[in-house]
Design a protein around this ligand. Sequence first.
Ligand SMILES: NC(=O)c1ccc[n+]([C@@H]2O[C@H](COP(=O)([O-])OP(=O)(O)OC[C@H]3O[C@@H](n4cnc5c(N)ncnc54)[C@H](OP(=O)(O)O)[C@@H]3O)[C@@H](O)[C@H]2O)c1
Length: 265
Amino acid sequence: MSTLKSQFTEKYGPWAVVTGASEGIGKSFARELASRGLNLVLVARREELLVKLAEELTSKFRIDVRIQPTDLSSKSSSLELLQNTDDLEVGLLVASAGFGSSGPLLLADKQIEADLIEVNCAAVLQQCQHFGSRMASRHRGGLILLSSVLGFQGAPYSANYAASKAYIQSLAEGLGIELKADGVDVLSVAPGPIATGFAARAKMTMGQTMTPEVVARVSIAALGARRTVRPGWLSKLMGWGLSTAPRPLRVQIIGRIMQGMSKHQ
Ligand SMILES: NC(=O)c1ccc[n+]([C@@H]2O[C@H](COP(=O)([O-])OP(=O)(O)OC[C@H]3O[C@@H](n4cnc5c(N)ncnc54)[C@H](OP(=O)(O)O)[C@@H]3O)[C@@H](O)[C@H]2O)c1
């Protein structure tokens, strides 16, 4: 094993929990972490996709993989994930499970919007407290949380989703300072549009996109060095472009963009 690889596994190994590993950004994180020698707990609802990924990763890399089919919108199922990983030394959490929604909030399905808060916020909080305290007691580890370019201001026509990502951005920034003295690195990842299953589930159309592989690669490289990363030129461009505008104007601009991206109009 190369020195860099062994330093990474010493700091963030031997096990990583990756939620949202069945597709998209979480799946790319799983592949990237497997190539760095970490054992993985793969979490999502679609068991057959987790089994397929586990087979791919165990045959390609000499690592152990455990699958944990879990619906993170269910509190009891979320708790089971924590209990079922109690026998493992988890040094890294990648909380990538999440979904979006679009269109006018008053027309949205109330249960879906409530589930969004459970999956995108409540489950992440629970995982951060659980794995974070175990990492802090060992004085090493990392938490990677998925924010979004939409997390830096309100977003008309994706109001609840943007609010959930503002929560994650704020949580990661605050927790990053709290856990610094405990040797635990916290990274907020704020991508722009990424070509995954996300847009179809959120009923959004995306024009220009970046790949989930870029998100995983750039984020892992930034872990321990940065508090927030905007992976790829598209998220950087959106961030810089909006940063000069006052917040109320940013909300207006994002509203125009989201109205165009929503299929509900
Ligand atoms: N794609 C983008 O443009 C973009 C931009 C900014 C931020 N993000 C954030 O990046 C993260 C990953 O999104 P993605 O682009 O990779 O989307 P994706 O391709 O749709 O993947 C979402 C993952 O979350 C899992 N998931 C969804 N609901 C779940 C539930 N109730 N319980 C357990 N797992 C659940 C899905 O697995 P199952 O369906 O198998 O459960 C899937 O593995 C999300 O937090 C998203 O908000 C995405």
